[in-house]
Design a protein around this ligand. Structure first.
Ligand SMILES: [Zn+2]
Ligand SMILES: [Zn+2]
Length: 289
């Protein structure tokens, strides 16, 4: 063996960003702590029990726009997520009134969580829960990914702006490959799927007059794709302009300034997650950490 492990690489990448953009120091140092806790969690085969549908049903679901994961059919050991949540609650110094095991299940099974207190607190706890569930959701998605990777053409049936595995909306996108194809990254399970470039993933708008994008100064690798029809935006990384492969989970944290720019121009993210970590006080944005 030898060399550095993937987590060390991630930490190093974040250090480079901090060096380039000192304004990111607090948030990315905090994120490094989260990452270290997340990467400690090992999901074992026995933690997830799920029987894939038959080939026919899978194709039918993709054709009709139904996500493949049926949450009612899955058996999960939530212990690893609970352990992680305990550590993240400590890191976030969060106060939580309901048992964390209950909250994690509610978020995983997409149940109503509107009774968690005020809206800000609700978003905060949802973010912690999602981060705690990530190792599990990634492991689930890996099962589907393996299956779909062997059947490359199946995903051609999927033309939707929500995740073919879990049905969640994307939080960030990547343009890559010789033909500049656009991939959307699922905000919940991390799956990435091919999507048409000139279609809004949120409302399906295809009218190029009302679809656009803008760049920020000195950052031609990033852009913000916007839709004037539904007023949503998605951050997009053009990895053709970068020398290293891109990890979109991490890029989401390194591009929070784009979220600020987009939301200040009146565009909205489907569900703001990382923006939850700040609050606006007049013109100043203050980290809640
Ligand atoms: Zn997903
Ligand atoms: Zn739209």
């Amino acid at each position: 063996m030898g060399g550095i492990n993937p987590m060390e690489k991630e930490i190093e990448y974040l250090n480079k960003i901090i060096e380039k953009k000192p304004v990111y120091k607090d948030i990315l140092t905090f994120y490094q702590k989260i990452l270290k806790e997340q990467r400690k969690i090992k999901i074992e085969e026995k933690d997830i029990s799920y029987e894939l549908d038959s080939e026919e049903i899978i194709k039918e679901k993709l054709r009709k726009g139904f996500p493949l994961l049926d949450r009612k059919k899955i058996k999960i050991n939530f212990k690893p997520a609970e352990e992680l949540a305990e550590r993240l609650i400590f890191l976030f110094k969060a106060k939580i009134e309901i048992p964390i095991s209950e909250l994690l299940k509610k978020i995983f099974f997409a149940e109503d969580v509107s009774n968690l207190g005020n809206e800000e607190k609700e978003r905060y706890l949802i973010l912690i829960s999602k981060l705690s569930l990530q190792p599990l959701t990634k492991a689930i998605t890996e099962k589907f990914k393996k299956y779909l990777d062997q059947r490359g053409d199946y995903l051609k049936l999927w033309l939707n702006g929500y995740c073919p595995i879990c049905g969640s909306k994307p939080n960030i996108a990547e343009i890559k490959g010789d033909y500049g194809e656009k991939y959307l990254h699922c905000s919940f399970c991390g799956y990435e799927w091919l999507h048409k470039r000139l279609v809004c993933p949120y409302c399906g708008n295809t009218d190029h007059q009302t679809l656009g994008y803008f760049y920020t100064e000195n950052e031609e690798q990033y852009r913000i794709d916007v839709c004037e029809k539904c007023k949503h935006y998605i951050k997009t990384v053009d990895s053709r302009k970068l020398s290293e492969p891109v990890n979109l989970e991490i890029e989401d944290w390194c591009t929070i300034h784009l979220d600020f720019i987009a939301t200040s121009k009146g565009y909205q993210k489907e569900k703001s997650t990382l923006l939850t970590l700040w609050y606006h006080n007049g013109d100043t944005v203050i980290p809640l950490l």
